[in-house]
Design a protein around this ligand. Structure first.
Ligand SMILES: Nc1ncnc2c1ncn2[C@@H]1O[C@H](COP(=O)(O)OP(=O)(O)O)[C@@H](O)[C@H]1O
Ligand SMILES: [Mg+2]
Length: 236
């Protein structure tokens, strides 16, 4: 479904990704792990068309996308919930979600159906649908950022560190919903520093180290791998 082949990205003279090759099959939940600065966000932004690769190619369902503009990539069915759960504070929860449907411009009835689906995934958002988004808790804002990305009816959802700065119980609830979203048929790439939780959730994983692919494989294999345990899971 998604093929990154030999992708290299530099910010000015500084290389952020070096010949990165990643493949994601339809229906998979794939996680990209790595320490701060490893290039995880850069990978997602390159897929979304917000950052241009210096070399390599990206194909999505057979279409080459690394030359497309980001709004064209959204139209093809890829959306991203950005790092730092950016929502529009002065707008209500419902208004924020409707913004996510903007690129779809579907029939109002379709948009309402989509809203209902998101409220089933995140009942907390339903309870707070008329609340100003700026007054939501961190966890609720993260739910809203994911919900907004889902409003565009993506086939591939990109999530950038949804657990960042959230309490363990909230993380658990959000990760469970990510699994539900995936099981509803949305392919997911989950970027995380929280390696343990992400590996438990994912089918497969890639590990980045300062812009290089260090490891890849079934999530369970990585959970069992001594190097991964030592470096990323805090097992000594
Ligand atoms: N806009 C930018 N300008 C210059 N360097 C950047 C920019 N964004 C990221 N970088 C650098 O690229 C590398 C990878 O960053 P990033 O993809 O954000 O990593 P991660 O998400 O894994 O923490 C880091 O060294 C970071 O400092
Ligand atoms: Mg990042």
């Amino acid at each position: 479904m998604l093929e990154l082949k030999d992708i290299s990205v530099s910010y000015g003279p500084v290389g952020a990704l070096h010949n990165l090759t990643i493949n994601v099959a339809p229906g998979e939940l794939v996680t990209i792990l790595g320490a701060n600065g490893a290039g995880k966000s850069t990978t997602l932004m390159t897929i979304s068309g917000l950052v241009r690769p210096q070399s390599g190619s990206i194909h999505f369902s057979g279409t080459r996308i690394d030359t497309l503009r980001s709004h064209e990539i959204v139209k093809l069915g890829i959306t991203q919930a950005p790092e730092g759960r950016r929502v529009f504070g002065p707008l209500t929860v419902r208004e924020n979600l409707l913004l996510g449907a903007f690129t779809r411009s579907g029939h109002p009835r379709e948009v309402e159906k989509r809203l209902d689906w998101i409220f089933t995934m995140f009942p907390r958002l339903k309870e707070r649908k008329d609340q100003m988004s700026g007054t939501l808790s961190g966890g609720e804002q993260q739910m809203l950022a994911i919900g907004r990305a889902l409003m565009a009816e993506p086939r591939l959802l990109l999530l950038d560190e949804p657990s960042l700065g959230l309490a363990p119980l909230i993380v658990k609830s959000i990760f469970k919903t990510i699994k539900d979203i995936n099981q509803a048929g949305v392919t997911v790439i989950l970027v995380e520093q929280n390696a343990k939780a992400a590996l438990k959730l994912a089918d497969r994983a890639y590990v980045l180290e300062v812009g290089h692919l260090r490891m890849e494989g079934p999530a369970q294999d990585l959970l069992d791998d001594p190097m991964v345990q030592k470096t990323y899971l805090g097992v000594s």
